[in-house]
Design a binder for this molecule. Structure first.
Ligand code: HEC
Ligand SMILES: [Cu+2]
Length: 336
């Protein structure tokens, strides 16, 4: 094989490999494996459009290649006949795209209306509030407030009523479907019914400041008994002060004296609103919008230097001894 051809074959093989591997994989934020009706609707529309686009591609490229080969300049050959204006061609290449666009527009508009329909009667409402740079989830019907991890039962229609506390954010949990802006002073909505149990990743999809990329979330879809268990746990009041261990009680004292209460709520004792509600912080798997694991080590790193973990974080650094920090972490871990 001559070197030129070999290079060409190499490039073609590499490109094919790259294209094919791009389609595989179980990526946590892929839109290609939807797990809710909303996502499936969009996926179906996407596939419809891909087939039309593929058809157009094949027809256009075939015509192009035929023209290149058939009408190329050959030594000694006379110049090809010049044609100007063919009514049949003009009409057909105007009509064909118009018809294809209709076949794309009808399912698109239908999907827009279907995914924006009024929520069904039995939909569970979750209020989503975007904050720089974390998510607040409120369940008004259940009296639950949590952050960064939204739990919902599989098979249950859920309607998210979304607004922002500061700048414009965008709610996007790709496998469930969506992406919709979350705006201050306005309310937007996403309605979906998850069909599979699992943990689905999401994140803010509208640039909202320095830690935009750290504004992540998880949607935990459970079966109905798992969800009911979580609801019971979230609705249980935090343990009474007398039942805390001596280290936890020392941690509570640190919590009270270091100003944490100014921004955080803990049922029955603190009512701050600037930061996530900590009444059941122990029941979350991650903290600070998915950037640190919710472990003793993760909590300590976070409290020691919030802005070091998350640039621009609106939680200030509170000076305290390592001993006070350890007690504080023990107290926070008791809140589950
Ligand atoms: C000025 C307000 C403010 C004060 C004071 C404050 N925090 Fe925060 N805190 C926040 C904000 C805002 C966040 C969310 C940060 C983020 O994820 O970007 C946060 C996040 C947290 C989180 C993670 C919660 C989660 O679910 O992600 C913990 C735990 C926490 N704070 C504990 C404390 C403790 C303990 C203190 C006292 C030493 C304290 N905070 C003081 C504002 C504050
Ligand atoms: Cu955001």
């Amino acid at each position: 094989m001559d070197p030129k051809k070999r290079t060409l074959a190499g490039v073609a093989a590499t490109m094919l490999l790259v294209i094919l591997t791009a389609c595989g994989g179980e990526y946590p934020q892929s839109t290609l494996h939807p797990t809710a009706d909303f996502g499936s609707e969009i996926d179906r529309l996407f596939r419809t459009i891909v087939w039309w686009a593929l058809g157009v591609f094949v027809v256009v490229e075939t015509a192009l290649i035929v023209a290149i080969i058939k009408f190329r300049d050959r030594p000694g050959a006379p110049a090809p006949k010049h044609v100007h204006g063919s009514t049949l061609l003009e009409i057909s290449w105007t009509l064909a795209p118009a018809i294809i666009l209709i076949f794309i527009a009808v399912p698109t508009i239908r999907t827009i209306f279907r995914t924006d329909a009024a929520p069904p009667e039995n939909a569970m409402q979750v209020e989503v509030i975007g904050h720089q740079w974390w998510w607040e989830f409120r369940y008004p019907e259940l009296g639950i407030v949590t952050a960064n991890e939204m739990r919902v039962p599989a098979g249950q229609p859920v309607t998210l009523v979304m607004t922002s506390d500061d700048v414009i954010h965008s709610f996007w949990a790709p496998k469930l479907g969506g992406k919709r802006d979350v705006m201050p002073g306005r309310s937007t909505r996403i309605t979906f019914t998850p069909d599979s149990v699992g943990v689905f990743f999401g994140q803010c999809a509208e640039f909202c400041g320095v830690s935009h990329a750290n504004m992540r979330m998880r949607v935990v879809v459970e079966d109905s008994s798992g969800f009911a268990g979580w609801v019971t746990q979230e609705r249980t009041a935090p343990a009474a002060e007398e039942t805390l261990s001596s280290e936890e009680a020392a941690g509570l004292a640190v919590f009270r004296t270091k100003g944490c209460m100014a921004c955080h709520a803990i049922e029955g004792m603190a009512a701050g609103v600037l930061g996530p509600n900590l009444s059941h912080v122990g029941s979350r798997t991650t903290i600070a919008a998915g950037i640190l694991p919710n472990t003793a080590e993760g909590l300590a790193r976070w409290i020691r230097n919030p802005a070091g973990e998350k640039p621009g974080s609106l939680m200030p650094q509170m000076p305290m001894t390592e001993e006070e920090l350890a007690a504080l972490v023990a107290y926070l871990q008791s809140l589950n």
